[in-house]
Design a protein. Structure first.
Lengths: 354, 326, 354, 326
């Protein structure tokens, strides 16, 4: 096990079991490993992936296993090598590229959104661009304004990209298989705080899951209901889902039954699934660690109300970053994150407001 | 100069084809765009960047290529596409926004793709460099042959992507040729105002690449320089920055009268097509009659492609929605 | 008058009148001109601005007037010179930069959103970055996927940027004065189709207005009600506002009274103003030429419903680009634009659905 | 070598101050980060990139500067900030996230700003280049003096911004120095794996700039080279790419054991602080006693800054909301 990798809460008890409790980071890597073993078109490219395994451990051990011809270290030239990945995909390869922090899309946004995402369309279907961009999102560890963003909407807004963000190990592995086998450009975002990388401290228990040894896929475009409830729907993305689960515990103690929905796939977005949940509860809180305005929260709320003007028993609530840059200092940072307390009080607002 | 006659002839034909096509497009372009000019009006809408003057680059480079070689280029792709053998009817249809177009009308003038001949173009400056390098990289991984070429202008070199990709090409000794078409202008900005060095090919050495500069907008020198670059690429010696002096005879786009190209800065504005024609006649490669025959035949071919495009159907509105994901 | 500039519909009839009917493009340039005359900190930078006046005429004549030291041509190095503009602003200048097509933000997104937009915050207020980024948005003239985007949300989502988009000459001049005098980074977007540039054909009549000779400001963060109505609110951005005005005409013929709201300032967003209009009409159509999902339309709708769960008499409607790249071919392109017909039928849906 | 004693002494002091500060930070960093490591834990949270080994660059370059000169730098700013005279108490307070910090705790370790000494740093690779060039540009427009310096690493040079900005610096002959700190590593990637040429300073010529390479991580050679570059910048001769050989003695960030720096690749890993101390003693500039006195005084100064930071108050949560717009 790499120094970069935290031990999962529980480890396999028997060599026979086909599943073990894994972290997101390990689970997704297992899928990459499997696909690289079974499909020679698949290769990995990024900064510090070959020897180091990527800053967040997404490629740990893969360099040793597959060699530096298939796990390829690149200079700090993201426009260059993400463009290259797109070109390699156009020529029949299936690159998996690692951009450690999603904040870095600033320097390669054109290669992502104007080139790779649009080539299939602009070529009228002649050139497919099957590739996966893995990137780490999120704040909460005092890494400040340029290494803590989620940028969910900045990516999901642009046509031609699929954008997913699993929140537990089972989904991470299954969605990574799906991503690599997809003929399109998939952006695969994992919140650093939930990934299980050793730099990020104690594991988030609810991010661990029993993961089969075998390959399997988890389809995109379907929400996951983590916890059923009847009074209020809390729909979240990324780490906010785990905060929502804690919030649901707190709410339960107050006699409020919260349904916790993991959006997990931003494009395609499971509008039906979300609406179904809200139709049941009549109340909605969206918890998203991306910026408040012009983001996921607005989209989710609009998607619900545009289907049924009478669905809400109370105004929906948003718990996001309040349109400021992520501050460094812990009390500042914690105050703007979509943490349990804020989610709980937003949920309570929907109840009080009946 | 000892180029085979067939190649010289064929390069002339390519230049004529490209020029005629651009001329026909120009005619079509102005339909319904007077008296009130609008990019969006007429049968041939949008911005249009013709290649008048740059034909030798397309002709010379592409004549040296093999089928498996790959091309990416930018907003001024006509001469390269024609030289590469992109289907002229389908390309015309694409420009007229027809269903029979290369991309069914979705791509348009700046986004010409023809997978059959490994060709693609796109409209953001220098954007094709990374993809071309990646194509070369893919072939290396696949142990298949094929050199990737990316064409860009003297202005485009100043985009950061150039630096990033050249360095990676050098590091990985990729089979890659960066073709810089130095027509001295980027829209209205003269190269002397945009570029701190005289020759971009001089930058090659520090990228672990070979630099070559080709003077005179001469298809034959261009052909020979390309051959050398291909040879190096194929034998594992890595990439070349091939900087080619050429000329933009038209405005930057249709509707640009290019009034800024005056005085000294216009002296080199010589039309290469009649020059090459005269040279082939002088050299006894073509008779005047043969040259006219070529022009007549190619004229008819180009007319036919334009007619095909004009007659073709527009796509169904729904086609806008059916090509976002594979 | 430059070849790039279309003549406004009406011209001044008398030399004495203090206002004349102008196009957006001319009106905004007048503000730049005034500010450059009165404030030596103000300068302009971009590609082809000095001699050519910018592709869309935003700097026409300014190079001649102020010289190439204050209207500065740059190489095609947007990351470089937008970074430079930020640095110059940090050192007390007030740069106005021109990025002809907003699509090009792909190559300089980091300089815009991670650096210029965040510097004031990250420096704790030590370094102000007063600058204006002028850019052209929009489709409708067969310029295809990479030169036709609006990207409203891609910019407005990011904290630290003010984002405005005037739709008529009066606002354009007043908002440009406001932008240049603002101590922050302002993104000033004008739809090419409404700007009055000669490349774009006949002028949009409703974009012309009488513009005072004198300098004046139009504040950010206030909607403009173009037309009052009682049955349905049509809130638009950019050229879509002019389509909405046509739609209101059509609706009027059917006996439906539409209120047409120009959002015009995305950051800050006048949520109160929009809510006030919807409170009156009970119905909302958002018309935005940006992509549908994770964009302006979702934000506007969510902003209304989160204030009052019972405000809508019918589900709100969105008329946007349906999450595809902008196609080149005219029939394809027209089918996805937020044109009058689509707006009208969306408005009718809100009425039928009562 | 004929540097004035006062400068040599002062450079030593600067190196000691930087080193001591980094050492104290290292101690603080690990508080509450064991047994379970977490970037976010403890009094000094976040990633942290110390400057161990690179002190000569900060000391040598900054000793040559005037007050009006301007600096931008990146993710590894400590040695430069200390050398530039950024307030040590406020900078410490910033790193500990306190209200008394340079940015009131909003910026943090990668975003250190001190307008009083024209200093700023930021965390995206090569991002400071454009702003520095713009600062130089502003001064030119304002007819004020001042040279802008942007520091970046050997890895950062491969970012496209380098190419774009160097070209503009050359075109406009800006008073600008690009200081490349060549410590041979970008995280775990050796320069030989990231850069297709031996010396980035060789690239200067084709940017219309002067290139200088300084060997040996020697503050005095660095000082002298900086002086020459400043002289050129101030006299209108334009920019310099000043590439400086240095060494990263620590991991890339705290928590990186840097196990990849082994064998041949570690031979040059010599600590410059004791080397310079010994040299000044050898040269009779300092006695052993004076050197120890300096260390004691600076140690106390640094301790005081850390104590100040530890004792300072955290900001109010509301401060997160009050600094987005001016
Ligand atoms: C990133 C980006 N910036 C600006 C433009 C606008 N633009 C299109 S072509 C062009 C000039 C290109 O000049 P050059 O590379 O010399 O090619 P040429 O037109 O001479 O063939 C510019 C500035 C663009 N398409 N993309
Ligand atoms: C655009 C971008 N890509 C990647 C990173 C992650 N990153 C931070 S420092 C670094 C290595 C920098 O190496 P170098 O420039 O040599 O500086 P050094 O750390 O050696 O001082 C990388 C890859 C980043 N911050 N920004
Ligand atoms: Mg050119
Ligand atoms: Mg380094």
């Amino acid at each position: 096990m790499s120094t970069k990798e935290a031990a999962p809460w529980e480890s396999p008890t028997s060599g026979e079991s086909s599943s073990r409790s894994l972290t997101i980071c390990r689970a997704q890597r297992e899928a990459v490993d499997w696909e690289m073993e079974h499909d020679e078109r698949v290769f990995m490219m990024g900064e510090d992936v070959a020897g180091f395994g990527g800053v967040f451990g997404t490629a740990d051990g893969l360099g040793d296993k597959f060699g530096s011809d298939r796990v390829i270290d690149m200079p700090i030239s993201e426009t260059g090598w993400i463009g290259m990945a797109a070109g390699a995909a156009m020529e029949g390869m299936r690159p998996i590229i690692e951009l450690a922090y999603v904040d870095f899309i600033g320097v390669c946004y054109n290669a992502i959104v104007n080139h790779a995402a649009k080539t299939y369309f602009m070529s009228g279907g002649q050139f497919k661009v099957p590739m996966v961009l893995i990137s780490g999102t999120g704040a909460g560890y005092s890494n400040a304004a340029q290494h803590s963003q989620c940028l969910h909407a900045t990516l999901a807004h642009m046509p031609g990209l699929k954008v997913v963000s699993p929140t537990n190990a089972y989904d991470a592995k299954g969605m990574m298989h799906t991503a690599i086998r997809d003929d399109n450009f998939v952006v695969f975002l994992v919140h650093k705080g939930a990934s299980g990388v050793g730099f990020m401290g104690p594991l988030v228990k609810t991010s661990l899951s029993d993961v089969p040894q075998e390959d399997y896929t988890v389809p995109f475009g379907k929400i996951k209901v983590y916890r059923e409830g009847t009074d209020v729907t809390i729909a979240g993305v990324g780490l906010a889902v785990h905060q929502a689960l804690q919030s649901a515990d707190s709410l339960a103690k107050m006699g409020i039954s919260a349904e916790v929905v993991d959006i997990r796939s931003l494009v395609p977005l499971d509008r039906e699934g979300i609406i179904e949940s809200v139709a049941k509860t009549g109340r909605l809180v969206v918890a998203d660690e991306d910026y408040h305005s012009y983001g996921v929260s607005g989209e989710v709320i609009a998607s619900v109300i545009e289907r049924d003007a009478t669905i809400f028993k109370a105004p929906p609530q948003r718990v996001c970053i309040p349109d400021v840059s992520i501050p460094f200092s812990r009390p500042l940072e914690y105050s703007i994150l979509p943490l349990e307390e804020r989610i709980t009080s937003a949920a309570l607002k929907t109840i009080e407001n009946v | 100069m000892s180029l085979p006659t067939s190649i010289r002839r064929s390069m002339f034909e390519t230049m004529v084809r490209s020029r005629f096509w651009d001329d026909r497009l120009t005619t079509q372009y102005w339909i319904d765009k007077t008296p009130v000019f609008a990019f969006g009006a007429g049968p041939l809408p949008g911005e249009l960047h013709t290649s008048h003057g740059q034909e030798p680059v397309g002709a010379g480079v592409c004549a040296a290529l093999s089928d498996e070689d790959m091309i990416t280029t930018g907003h001024r792709p006509h001469h390269i596409a024609v030289a590469r053998g992109v289907d002229l009817r389908e390309m015309s249809a694409e420009l007229f926004g027809k269903k029979a177009g290369l991309s069914g009308g979705r791509g348009g003038h700046m986004h010409l793709y023809d997978k059959r001949v490994n060709f693609s173009s796109s409209g953001i400056i220098a954007e094709g460099l990374g993809p071309a390098a990646g194509m070369a990289f893919a072939r290396k991984m696949q142990k298949k042959s094929g050199v990737a070429l990316s064409f860009l202008g003297d202005g485009a070199v100043n985009q950061g992507a150039f630096h990033e990709v050249m360095n990676i090409v050098g590091l990985h000794k990729l089979p890659f040729i960066c073709v810089i078409e130095d027509n001295k202008w980027a829209v209205t900005t003269h190269k002397s105002m945009s570029t701190a060095c005289e020759r971009n090919s001089d930058r090659a050495e520090n990228y672990g690449m070979t630099g070559e500069f080709v003077e005179g907008n001469d298809p034959e020198l261009i052909y020979l320089a390309t051959q050398r670059a291909l040879e190096r690429a194929r034998s594992g010696e890595g990439g070349t920055i091939l900087e080619i002096e050429t000329v933009r005879l038209s405005g930057h786009f249709m509707g640009d009268p290019a009034g800024y190209i005056t005085g000294e800065k216009s002296d080199y504005q010589v039309d290469p097509v009649p020059v090459y024609r005269a040279r082939l006649i002088d050299d006894g490669i073509l008779t005047e009659q043969e040259a006219s025959d070529i022009e007549r035949v190619i004229g008819a071919e180009v007319d036919e492609a334009i007619t095909f495009a004009l007659d073709a159907d527009y796509p169904d509105a729904n086609d806008a929605l059916n090509c976002t994901f594979a």
